[in-house]
Design a protein. Structure first.
Length: 317
């Protein structure tokens, strides 16, 4: 586990969040992200918010959101404001897309994944398994103007963000140190709204973090590659960029990220002992030491000790 830097708390207070997708119940990997973000908020005497990221409706599982809430409460990971659901905030994403259109930095795209793969292959570019394809700019116009309201509302095309040439984003991760990404070479113009009218994670998460005034984002390292895109979107929309801290991933026996897609098992929270066992495994993965392991330990007592351990870990870094 890398050492963390200890940023100064912002003048207007710490606001963190946990933002799971309701594609199934929490598993060991998602509990690590939930616990790490909760502990960081508590260590900073800040607020911890819960956001259900349910925009990708084809992947959402009915009732999974309520099961996630139940699991978090069983673990003692309480939130400080009413939970929010992304599906209830479509209008704010629409306004953000319209603002980017006014800035003349979006364009429509009709490319399929297959056509993108074929275009890259024709250039001799092969995308490794489990990596995103770098968009080759097939649909990008030579000059981008402002589209009218009817065009921007079209459900027949995707909308991409036009990146300026030579765009490199640098940022400091509080766990992993200095990070650099060449967005042109490593990502290309990325999608903001899909052809099926679903706003993408990249746009929605940036808008929601700004709307909720999130100051610190603590999440899994699988999302590290998204950070540069989100920082660029924040700048384009005039938002403040929060601090980032990416946590180590929980891997399965094959070295793959533990996820619902790889059939990761749900955590067990049916009773206090099962719940404590899940929390202890998550804390161990986060590198926390000297936590109470007595059978009679309550969840509240354990969480207090874990918060103190998190504080020691960060202040000693």
């Amino acid at each position: 586990m890398p050492n963390f830097k200890n940023p100064s708390p912002p003048a207007d207070g710490y606001r963190g969040r946990f933002a799971p997708s309701p594609t199934g119940p929490l598993h060991a990997g998602s509990l690590v992200a939930a616990l790490g973000s909760w502990l960081d908020a508590r260590k900073n005497q800040g607020k911890w918010l819960l956001r259900i990221e349910d925009l990708d409706t084809p992947r959402c599982v009915s009732g999974a959101d309520q099961e996630i809430l139940r699991q978090l409460l069983a673990c003692g990971l309480t939130w400080d404001e009413e939970p929010t659901w992304q599906s209830q905030h479509q209008e704010r994403y629409k306004k953000a897309l319209e603002r980017l259109n006014e800035l003349q930095i979006v364009y429509h795209c009709t490319c399929s994944r297959l056509s993108i793969a074929n275009a890259l292959e024709a250039r001799g570019v092969m995308t490794p398994r489990n990596q995103e394809m770098v968009y080759p700019g097939t649909c990008r116009p030579h000059q981008i103007g402002t589209y009218d309201e009817g065009e921007i509302a079209s459900t027949e095309v995707a909308w991409r963000l036009a990146l300026p040439p030579g765009l490199t984003i640098d940022f400091d991760d509080l766990a992993l140190g200095k990070q650099t990404q060449d967005l042109i070479q490593e990502v290309g113009d990325f999608v903001l709204r899909r052809r099926d009218s679903i706003f993408t994670y990249q746009l929605a998460v940036v808008v929601d973090d700004a709307e909720q005034e999130i100051t610190h984002i603590v999440r899994g390292a699988d999302l590290l590659n998204n950070t540069a895109r989100q920082i660029y979107l924040q700048r384009a929309l005039g938002y403040v960029t929060p601090s980032y801290l990416h946590l180590p991933l929980v891997l399965d026996e094959y070295g793959e990220k533990l996820s619902k897609q790889t059939l990761a098992s749900a955590i067990h929270t049916e009773n206090t002992q099962q719940t404590l066992q899940e929390l202890r495994k998550a804390a161990k993965h986060l590198g926390l030491k000297d936590l109470p392991d007595r059978k009679e330990t309550s969840i509240a007592e354990w969480l207090l000790a874990a918060t103190q351990a998190w504080n020691r870990k960060i202040t000693s870094s």
